[in-house]
Design a protein around this ligand. Structure first.
Ligand code: SF4
Ligand code: SF4
Length: 231
């Protein structure tokens, strides 16, 4: 018979996610002050992390319009999965479940440095839940889906066991993401948000939002996962 964690994974996948994992709250000891899951929901005992992969074809077109549009479109889709899955958990397991916004809104913003910080770090949660590890690009890399992922999370008071951590697939002798960034924004596994934002986000004459760079994603030999590299 399927245990509760497997049932939860099945629910999240059935709502449209490609990956789902679980991290018990004990995995978040040492999370930065103000960004701990229990700081949002004090009864939180586990965090469900999930991800939706972008179509690989979006790496084959210029990022400005089509990739930019669907990269944004992924966020409300991830929010919808979190919302529906949270309600399903509550109905089936008599628990409380808090869906977290995929991107915004959040409070922390350093105007000078153009640097924001989400309510929690979706990437940190995904690593703790075994979905992947962070590459030198600071992007989450998953064995099967590579770096083309949008991340979501749900907090719950269900006490669930953590999934095993993933093995890193970032290549030791590779620095392509670092050397391909046109503004040198990637250093020591972190992205300077100001340099990246000024280079990347813009508008057309008509006022449509554009994304003028996604090189750190598209140059990565692991962009479609380790399995694709072997194929
Ligand atoms: S999106 Fe472009 S500018 Fe931003 S970190 Fe990646 S390569 Fe650099
Ligand atoms: S481009 Fe190379 S160094 Fe950067 S994340 Fe991908 S594998 Fe790692």
């Amino acid at each position: 018979m399927m245990n509760m964690k497997e049932k939860i994974r099945e629910i999240v996948l059935s709502h449209g996610a490609d990956l789902c994992g679980c991290a018990n709250i004990d995995r978040f000891t040492g999370a930065p002050e103000g960004f701990h899951p229990a700081g949002i929901f004090s009864e939180c005992k586990s965090v469900i992390s999930f991800a939706v992969a972008l179509p690989k074809g979006l790496t084959k077109v210029p990022p400005r319009l089509i990739y930019g549009h669907y990269n944004s479109y992924a966020c409300p889709n991830v929010d919808a999965i979190a919302f529906r899955a949270a309600k399903t958990f509550e109905n089936l397991f008599s628990c409380f479940a808090v869906p977290l916004p995929c991107d915004g809104p959040y409070e922390y913003w350093d105007d000078e440095e153009m640097t924001g910080r989400g309510l929690v770090s979706m990437k940190h949660i995904a690593v703790q839940a075994g979905l992947g590890t962070l590459g030198k690009s600071a992007l989450l890399l998953n064995e099967r889906y590579g770096s083309m992922l949008t991340l979501g999370a749900i907090l719950t008071d269900l006490n669930l066991p953590s999934d095993s951590p993933a093995n890193s697939i970032c290549l030791d002798d590779c620095k392509k993401c670092v050397t391909s960034c046109p503004v040198g924004a990637i250093n020591n596994g972190a992205v300077n948000q100001k340099l990246c934002r000024l280079n990347t986000y813009n508008k057309t004459a008509r006022g449509f939002n554009t994304v003028d760079c996604n090189r750190c994603r598209t140059v990565c030999p692991m962009r479609f996962g380790a399995t694709a590299l072997k194929a």
